[in-house]
Design a protein around this ligand. Sequence first.
Ligand code: 13P
Ligand code: SF4
Length: 317
Amino acid sequence: VAATPEWAQEVKRLARERNATILAHNYQLPEIQDVADHVGDSLALSRIAAEAPEDTIVFCGVHFMAETAKILSPEKTVLIPDQRAGCSLADSITADELRAWKAEHPNAVVVSYVNTTAEVKALTDICCTSSNAVDVVASIDPDREVLFLPDQFLGAHVKRVTGRENMQIWAGECHVHAGINGDELTEQARSHPDAELFVHPECGCATSALYLAGEGAFPADRVHILSTGGMIDAAKAAKSTQVLVATEVGMLHQLRKAAPGIDFQAVNDRASCKYMKMITPAALLRCLVDGADEVHVDPETAALGRNSVQRMIAIGN
Ligand code: 13P
Ligand code: SF4
């Protein structure tokens, strides 16, 4: 199935017929982003899913994102074009591992990144995304210990920004962002001395970007650690004509649409998330024709997870 204008028309017609809204994450294929009703980062899409007036949400993203939509709107039908679209970061902690960790720190507040399964969210006090992680941790009583999971690089970033000492960080990572390494970033930053640098906090290289800035190799005001949604806002405000982007390559599509005058270059052009790319034009069409794959979350797990997700969507921008 090719992403022709006829395909796009058929997708929109079928979505209307089902009273469905199509949401797409910033890492989706360009043709999926272009046919969607809303494109955004995980926080923005969670908020839209929670308020959508339609009966059905078609989530073009990975499974934990569709699960989060279902947790927020249990009465709605939530569809994902391919339920095999997982996430290596969400897989880096299980509910049993979290139970054991909590048992070692019985008084701690558990902060989970939204990239987690519904079972892990059910054991969580408050969820966060990359765009509000700092605000979420800053909102917690400074005397309470924090267990932050599962991403070690986002955790390190939050710890650095908040200056919080009593914060334990799980050693998980996203294989795509961990693969954008500091050497590549250093090399590119040095060879493009006038470019701004947008770095997702899941990147292992976030630290070296800040280190480089500290060393004077790169002016500090040119390094921005941002969620995918934050990158769009920063693109609109950018002063440079070139921006180096350290995140999944699907991001470049929305950035180029948001600021056509800027030359956006991927720091690593092999940083592609195979799970995000499972949502193909054929899969989206099949999803709308067959009403599959439907996302189910056990009602008890959803009820436990809902509080932590609702606290997440209430905090930060
Ligand atoms: P954002 O919350 O920045 O959209 O990131 C989601 C994600 O999966 C990053 O890999
Ligand atoms: Fe998960 Fe990484 Fe893919 Fe984001 S880019 S969905 S964190 S595997």
